[in-house]
Structures are given as C-alpha cells and as structure tokens.
Design a protein around this ligand. Structure first.
Ligand SMILES: NC(=O)C1=CN([C@@H]2O[C@H](COP(=O)(O)OP(=O)(O)OC[C@H]3O[C@@H](n4cnc5c(N)ncnc54)[C@H](OP(=O)(O)O)[C@@H]3O)[C@@H](O)[C@H]2O)C=CC1
Ligand SMILES: CC(C)(CO)C(=O)C(=O)O
Length: 333
C-alpha cells in the first residue's frame, strides 16, 4: 500500500515520524525549508517525548505515481490547493483519511465519494517549532485516535486507516463518528476558540474564575446546538461528555466545574492550533470551528451569541484590528 501524508506541519511531522518507523510514507508539504530539514536531519519530536526519526519528505510538485492512502493534515483552509495537487496522484480507490478538526467529512464526500473518505479525531496536541521540528504537547500516555465513517459502517478502509494510525498510538473504532466529531468540536469551539481570542493556553482559561465562567457558557451554548443537531452521545472513549459538562442553573454550573478541570487540566499547556496560525500571521480555521457552530445554530434556530463573538474577535485578530489578549474578555456581553 503506497502511503502519503499531506501537510506535515505540527501534527503531521509527529504522526509522519511514527509511521515512518514502521512503514514507508511520503510526507508532503509546501514549506521548502521544512521539507529539506526533514530529509537532511529527520523528523525531530520534542516536548513530552524526545526523538528523531529518518523520514522521506517531498514538495507537492515532486509527487510521482499514485497513492493508495492519503492522510490529510493540511488546515481545512488549504484543502482546495491540496486537492488540486493531489488530483493526478490518486486513483479510483485511494482512501482519503482526514484527521482535521471541525467537520471535514461532508465536503470531502462531495469530492471523493463515501467509500473512500475516512475520518479520525486526534486526542493530542502539537506545536510546530521550526524546520524539521514539532513539539508534542500532550502526555504520551494520553495519545489516541478515534476513526470511522459518518454512517457508522466499519469497512475494510476503516480498518486499514486504524492499522496505520496505530503505528503511533491506540486508534479506537468510532461507530458514532458524528458524536465523536461533536465531542471534539466542543473542545475546539470552547478551548481553542477562546485560546485564540485571548492568546492564552487552555490552563490559563481555567485558572481565573472570570474566564472559567465564560468557558462554561460557551460549552453550554455549543452543546445545545449539537443536541438539536441530533447528537445523542458526545462521545470520547465511549463516554458521553454531556452529563459532566451541561448545566441549566448557576448552581448546576458550579457543581459541574470540577469536571472541566478534570477533563482539560491535563491539557493545560495546550495552545490552540488556531492561536499558532495567528502567531504565524495565517488565516485560522475559525469558520470551520466556531463558525460551523454558528451556521448550524442558525439552521436549527438555536441562538449562538458567544460563538458569534468568538468568530468576530478572531476575524478581527486575523485582520490585525485586534490583538489576542486577555483584555478581549470585555467584548463578551
Ligand atoms: N496542532 C494541533 O494540536 C491539532 C491540530 N488538529 C487539526 O489538524 C489539522 C492540521 O493541523 P496542524 O498540524 O496544526 O497544521 P499546520 O499548519 O501546523 O500543518 C499543516 C502543514 O501543511 C502545509 N500545507 C499548507 N498547504 C499545503 C498544501 N497545499 N499541500 C501540502 N502542504 C500544505 C503547511 O505549510 P505552511 O505552514 O507553510 O502553510 C503546514 O506545514 C487541522 O485541521 C487542525 O485543526 C487536530 C488536533 C490537534
Ligand atoms: C485541542 C487541540 C489542541 C488538541 O486536540 C486541537 O485540536 C487544536 O488546537 O486544534
């Protein structure tokens, strides 16, 4: 099976290194300096683990022949250019495995058809440090993937993607990928969205009551949209997060607060990949994350004022009209 990983940045450098230890895989990336460093010095992983692995990296224009499986790890904002360079290097049965955040499957199904598109959520975080180097920011004991199809079918292709991802860490089969995607979206809309607004880590959001309260209310709003959409279980490792996070009254909110600390405390050092984009002066995936919650909320008649404020602040930051600072709290009503 000929393998490729498209977008060898923060996550892709690390996953690509682990896969390369066991299988041949081409890491494809547009960053020339990064591609050169990967080939010359190997993929260096720092942070919660430390190792360097020899890998083969190429620029998109250096692709040859066709691949049987492509792991998609560009930001969703770059999907079009990635598809354009891939089009001559896939065949009728090439599996496209998207590990991107948000809900990337529906737009991929339109392009590639349902048999070929496999989705997976990533439980860990990574920060690109410079050419050839990426930092793993999650505890090595907490790494996993959930892999499946939106229709819940466990096909041969799902099993193939699972086997490849397990070169790195456990990959659980998700027979409720919609619920799993929503569970990840809760984390991204709340913690990544607010981390991008305030320029802070997940830990800083939980360290001060004012920000913690906002975290709780963005969570409540996002869960309400997901529930109306039809999620019956916001599932992570077989556990529905809603009973631990959702509240109606202020009293219930205070009762649920320790769950937020328990779930996200171990990830306190995480810096959202959207914040990393802001720091690199790039467009973020805000429209694919909080923007998605707002769009679905509108369709279903659920009010999303907090997600709308997050989108508006991050859009202003992208346009350099605002800076990502903790003082942006005053922009939330
Ligand atoms: N980082 C994290 O902790 C997590 C990220 N995710 C999700 O995973 C996905 C990837 O995120 P992340 O690894 O952070 O992203 P990065 O931006 O760090 O990596 C993507 C890489 O793709 C390159 N790239 C851009 N366009 C193309 C193209 N057309 N062809 C080939 N390569 C291209 C980028 O180069 P350049 O930078 O030069 O544009 C970059 O090196 C996103 O959907 C994100 O939401 C999910 C869980 C955690
Ligand atoms: C929450 C996190 C850091 C890791 O799962 C992530 O998905 C992101 O920042 O994009």
């Amino acid at each position: 099976m000929r393998l490729a990983l498209m977008g060898a940045g923060s996550l892709g450098t690390i996953l690509g290194a682990f896969i390369s230890e066991k299988k041949e895989i081409d890491l494809i990336d547009v960053n020339k300096e990064h591609v050169k460093a990967l080939n010359d010095k190997g993929a260096r992983i720092v942070g919660t683990i430390d190792k360097t692995v020899p890998v083969k990296a190429i620029m998109p224009e250096e692709m040859e022949g066709t691949y049987d499986l492509v792991i998609l790890l560009v930001k969703q904002t770059y999907n079009e250019s990635a598809f354009d360079s891939l089009k001559d290097h896939i065949h009728a049965k090439t599996i496209i495995a998207t590990l991107q955040n948000g809900f990337p499957e529906p737009s991929l199904l339109d392009v590639f058809g349902e048999e070929r598109v496999i989705g997976a959520t990533v439980s860990w975080g990574a920060t690109w440090q410079g050419p050839g180097v990426s930092e793993l920011t999650s505890d090595p004991g907490k790494l996993s993937f959930d892999v499946g199809r939106l229709d819940g079918k466990i096909t041969e292709q799902v099993e193939q993607v699972k086997e490849i991802l397990e070169c790195m860490c456990p990959a659980h089969i998700a027979n409720n990928l919609g619920g799993t995607r929503w569970a990840k979206l809760l984390s991204n809309a709340v913690f990544s969205g607010l981390s991008a607004c305030f320029g802070c880590t997940f830990g800083e959001l939980l360290a001060d009551e004012k920000y913690e309260k906002l975290v709780h209310y963005v969570m409540k709003e996002t869960i309400e949209v997901g529930t109306k959409w039809g999620v019956t279980s916001f599932e992570v490792d077989g556990v529905d997060l809603k009973p631990y996070l959702y509240f109606e009254t202020e009293e219930q909110r205070l009762e649920k607060a320790p769950s937020y600390q328990a779930f996200w405390g171990p990830h306190k050092l995480l810096k959202a990949s959207m914040l990393q984009d802001i720091e690199k002066g790039r467009k973020t995936e805000i429209n694919e994350i909080n923007g998605l919650v707002v769009r679905i909320g509108k369709e279903l008649g659920v009010a999303t004022p907090l997600n709308e404020t997050i989108v508006s602040i991050v859009n202003k930051i992208e346009r350099k009209e605002l800076k990502p600072t903790l003082t942006n709290l005053s922009l939330f009503k």
